[in-house]
Design a binder for this molecule. Structure first.
Ligand SMILES: Cc1cc2nc3c(=O)[nH]c(=O)nc-3n(C[C@H](O)[C@H](O)[C@H](O)COP(=O)(O)O)c2cc1C
Length: 227
């Protein structure tokens, strides 16, 4: 895709409204339910998480979201979104309370998503720090985020890691390969420009649309390139 010059034919189009897009081997599992796990870690890009949560909050196909924030994510969210502390974190991010997004403690290794018996359909880590990537890639499941990711891998459920770091060293690259080899999707936190986003929020929203389409939840107002 061209990144600098936007062809005249580029325009916003409505997604055709199908409920499910082909998302490779993950299609069948997402078709059976709508319980998502969304985790956030201490990498830059809190705005992307905020937009993702806002979208799933409004998506009637999504019944439950188990939301987990690492300690470091709170530090980054304080810098980037002026979020204050862990108290009512979902309310702070959405600007209102949610009935479907349930915050789980990253220290609670006994939470629902720590077990493969809980019917989780997919997990997204946005943004995913290289520290969390390293732990997931190496099976170090000492906190709930890594344990829930580990469960996704062992149960062959979709796991999307929106890794953000630059530049990348060989350890990061190896860990991305390891995680991908174990079944995760490495979905780097890299937004698009050919859709000409007018604001940071729009840029982040379009990225979140792409992530959700990848797990079989295409959004009706997603940008679609038509060549
Ligand atoms: C403002 C700020 C921005 C950061 N950005 C990144 C980043 O983009 N990628 C990354 O891997 N780590 C980043 N870090 C460092 C991580 O927060 C740090 O390595 C932390 O231990 C990750 O912990 P976690 O994986 O448990 O969330 C950042 C830290 C701060 C304070």
């Amino acid at each position: 895709m061209p990144m600098l010059k936007v062809p005249a034919t580029a325009r916003r189009t409505k997604n055709r409204g199908t409920n499910l897009l082909p998302a490779g081997r993950h299609l069948n599992s997402i078709a059976s339910g709508r319980n998502l796990t969304i985790a956030t870690t201490g990498a830059s890009g809190s705005l992307f998480l905020q937009q993702l949560l806002a979208i799933v909050e409004h998506d009637s196909r999504v019944q439950t979201v188990n939301f987990i924030a690492s300690d470091s994510s709170l530090r980054v969210m304080a810098e980037e979104l002026a979020i204050r502390g862990r108290s009512n974190l979902v309310g702070q991010l959405l600007g209102r309370n949610s009935r479907k997004i349930r915050q789980q403690s990253n220290n609670d290794i006994g939470a629902n998503v720590a077990s493969g018996s809980y019917p989780n359909d997919a997990m997204i880590v946005l943004p995913c720090s290289v520290g969390t990537l390293a732990r997931i890639a190496n099976g170090i499941a000492s906190h709930l985020i890594e344990r829930a990711a580990d469960v996704c891998l062992k149960e062959k459920r979709p796991l999307v890691l929106c890794v953000r770091e630059t530049p990348l060293n060989k350890i990061h690259l190896r860990n991305m390969y390891r995680a991908a080899d174990a079944g995760a999707t490495i979905f780097p936190l890299i937004p698009t420009f050919y859709n000409r986003p007018a604001t940071q929020e729009e840029m982040a929203r379009q990225f979140a649309h792409r992530v959700l389409a990848h797990i079989g939840l295409p959004q009706p107002d997603a940008y679609q390139w038509n060549g």
